[in-house]
Design a protein around this ligand. Structure first.
Ligand SMILES: Cc1cc2nc3c(=O)[nH]c(=O)nc-3n(C[C@H](O)[C@H](O)[C@H](O)COP(=O)(O)OP(=O)(O)OC[C@H]3O[C@@H](n4cnc5c(N)ncnc54)[C@H](O)[C@@H]3O)c2cc1C
Length: 475
């Protein structure tokens, strides 16, 4: 049976950061994921914001990890291959009576040590973002806030962890575990088994089930849904900064987010989900999102909407639940990681490493740890001369497979060779199928490339593994 020093359950942004952090030490580490690919949980469907550090007070664990994590992104961006931009965050007050809340947020930001945070007049707000509603009365500006592509961040972290020795086992759904001496014996739903001395529970929405399976603390994760609408990159309403309304007790509100790849995201809502698989979007919520987003950016048009999706918050308590278990030995909980979990995730990696050390894990730094991953050149980022150079090296750069997002065959092949062999995996790695036509023109070309590169039959190609096949019958 395979034995590991540490088994991390769940390859979302938390598990991926923890795995990469542990890859710096002389350890055998395995990352276990139930899905066919990494980053198919909450980490793929969120706002993609690196938060500004002013929404929660420094006395909470989530605020401390958010502030620390946010500072780590410039270095991560240099080392890894994911789009990231510090475009800044605005909180817009549309009524005089909201200015009190703006002042509270500002003071909290100052207390938290947020660099460059500023209270703004109406004129300053419109100077920072001319697309804002001219009725804005003032607001807050946090220049350090930013945007990133969350799935590319996770893919890149996992690639880096793998490069430095971490084993990744996808389609390993942890079903049960038992203690044998100093080891955990972990069983999957399909009968695979491994042993590990330490276990990290970063299973997101299912962290409660995993905790119970290890005889650790009993708690319940309640899924809370956030619906979004994605606007075409041609939309005239694209702001240059993330725009928040004044938050309420329960939510940060409906945002207008310029994505790092040029589209615009509006949302998310915040309502209880029917189940942990309830990703439905509804017309009612679309009306609500459009109305709220237009309050801030009036030029948003329904005709710019190209798709909708939902993400589920793993809601438990009001703070992150990260601790060494009091009930189960050598078991670390990383649960209840709601927003700002993406922002905090690099700091969560460091924090969990320290918890493991306190729990007895011996950490010896590797003499040779390589923080860099190979950066795949993107056709859409290249000017005509640079593209000529890429085509000279690899003619597959000359074949643009996804016209909406300008993705070349070379990038699709790179995704497949990096292990992303489903239509969704390729979409998140390359952006092919993410544009205005939502894959209408390019899906069949991608299927052909997948068949050629992997030897799969057309009826073996899936959207996201399992029984999500896209074609049946005979050619
Ligand atoms: C609507 C919404 C908007 C958000 N916006 C932001 C934002 O803008 N900025 C920000 O900082 N944060 C944001 N967040 C929060 C952020 O997305 C989450 O905190 C983060 O993605 C949580 O990552 P995770 O790794 O804990 O969970 P996940 O990404 O869900 O990963 C858990 C993984 O565990 C796997 N798993 C589950 N059970 C098992 C099992 N039995 N065996 C093996 N694997 C298993 C799952 O398949 C999954 O891949 C948002 C969240 C939501 C829902």
């Amino acid at each position: 049976m395979e034995q590991f020093d540490v088994a991390i359950i769940g390859a979302g942004v938390c598990g991926a950061n923890i795995a990469r952090k542990l890859s710096q030490y002389e350890l055998d580490v395995v990352l276990l994921e139930k899905e066919i690919d990494v980053s198919l949980g909450t980490s793929k469907a969120n706002s993609g914001i690196v938060h500004g550090g002013f929404h929660d007070h420094i006395s909470t664990l989530k605020a401390r990890l958010e502030l620390q994590g946010a500072l780590m992104f410039d270095r991560l961006h240099e080392e890894l291959d994911f789009p990231f931009e510090r475009c800044g965050i605005l909180v817009a007050a549309l009524h005089e009576d909201e200015m009190h809340a703006i002042e509270q947020l500002y003071l909290q930001g100052v207390d938290n040590g947020v660099i460059g945070i500023e209270m703004c007049s109406r004129e300053r707000m419109l100077e920072l973002e001319p697309k804002l509603n001219p009725d804005v009365v003032g607001g807050l500006y946090a220049p350090s806030g930013g945007i990133l592509e969350p799935y590319r961040f996770v893919f890149s972290l996992v690639e880096s962890a793998k490069k430095n020795g971490v084993r990744v086992k996808t389609e390993f759904e942890v079903a049960s575990a038992r203690r044998e001496g100093d080891w955990w014996r972990i069983l999957s739903t399909t009968g695979q088994e491994i042993q590990a001395r330490y276990v990290v529970n970063s299973a997101g929405l299912h962290a409660d089930t995993i905790s119970a399976a290890f005889g650790a603390e009993r708690f319940e994760i309640a899924p809370r849904k956030g619906e979004y609408y994605l606007l075409d990159r041609m939309s005239k309403s694209k702001p240059s900064r993330v725009i928040f309304p004044v938050p309420t007790e329960v939510s940060k509100g409906i945002l207008v987010i310029p994505t790092v790849e040029g589209t615009v995201l509006i949302g998310p809502t915040a309502s209880p989900a029917q189940s942990k698989e309830d990703f439905a979007t509804t017309r009612d919520q679309l009306e609500h999102i459009l109305h709220s987003a237009r309050m801030m950016v009036p030029s948003i048009s329904e005709s710019d909407v190209i798709t909708s999706f939902a993400g589920l918050r793993a809601s438990y308590g009001s703070d992150f639940y990260i601790k060494v278990s009091d009930e189960a030995p050598a078991f670390v909980q990383v649960a209840g990681i709601q927003s700002p979990g993406l922002t905090a995730s690099p700091a969560i990696g460091d924090y969990v490493k320290d918890l493991l050390k306190k729990a007895g894990l011996r950490l010896v730094e590797k003499s040779e740890w390589d923080p860099y991953v190979h950066k795949v050149p993107r056709a859409r980022d290249a000017d005509p001369y640079a593209l000529d150079g890429l085509v000279a090296q690899d003619p597959a750069y000359g074949d643009i497979v996804c016209r909406c997002e300008r993705v070349s065959e070379a990038e699709i092949v790179a995704a497949i060779r990096a292990g992303h062999t489903t239509l969704d995996g390729i979409k998140y790695y390359t952006r092919a199928q993410m544009g205005r036509c939502q894959g209408g023109f390019c899906t069949y070309k991608i299927i052909r490339i997948l068949m050629r590169e992997t030897g799969m039959r057309f009826d073996e190609v899936t959207k996201r593994g399992g029984d999500s096949t896209v074609l049946r019958g005979s050619l």
